[in-house]
Ligand binder design. Sequence first.
Ligand SMILES: Nc1ncnc2c1ncn2[C@@H]1O[C@H](COP(=O)(O)OP(=O)(O)OP(=O)(O)O)[C@@H](O)[C@H]1O
Length: 272
Amino acid sequence: MNVTEPFIEFRDVSFAYNDRPILKDLSFQIARGQLVAIMGGSGSGKTTMLRLIAGQVRPQKGQVRVDGRDLSTMSHAELYEHRRRMGFLFQFGALFTDLSVGDNVAFPLREHTDLPARLIDDLVTLKLNAVGLRGAEKLMPSELSGGMARRVALARAIALDPRLMLYDEPFTGLDPISLGVIAHLIKKLNDALDTTAVMVTHDVTKSLEIVDYVFFVAQGRIIAEGTPDQVRASDSPWLRQFIDGAPEGPVHFAYPAASSLEADLGLEVRHA
Ligand SMILES: Nc1ncnc2c1ncn2[C@@H]1O[C@H](COP(=O)(O)OP(=O)(O)OP(=O)(O)O)[C@@H](O)[C@H]1O
């Protein structure tokens, strides 16, 4: 994705945990307001990309820029503010089990604002309404289905009207109907709140229904990217195997690979 004013930008980012390289000279841009998926094999560095965007880890080389700012130049206070303006929905979206639904959603509002209690109650009602759960304030997490719990976690994630949402495997463990509900809520909320969102997911079919753009990551690099239509139309064997979920194909599951995936497959770097 080439954009004139990117909201998120990686410039030649390399990242290693200790001495183990994870991301290599990674460059990409995401425009403001987009809902973007990052897909790729297990251990390819997708969650690490989210952690870099959140400023939880720093690259050894290159820049991670959000809204025009290089995160590595931010002070502690600025990084804190950056994170406060982000919403997270992670795998299984853990709720506080000893707090009611309403108190779960109110939690970030009480932590990060000085708003009066009545206004917080109204905001909780609005956020729960946005995920179709108005009236569920008094329920405890143990009384919720998995799909409902994920929606409460989503309401909590958007409580502070984030400008940036990070989703890490938001569909894991959901039945197909709940998965569809969450996916379309993510899309609807992104449009309604004008948020920029990055979603790490393995669910190709559902993601292609809702996202604006997809990056495919393998071995620390983006090896393909495009809009859902471009991805569906691609005849790259690697993408076809990924999209069709075929057990046999060019993707090697053995670890470690002796040579790079692109080289093995004769793929051009970055095509959809
Ligand atoms: N804190 C850490 N310290 C050391 N190594 C780590 C750490 N976190 C992740 N790794 C390793 O870095 C690699 C990339 O991890 P990451 O979680 O970014 O991959 P991923 O693409 O999100 O994988 P998955 O789809 O399996 O969740 C993995 O091999 C993982 O074992």
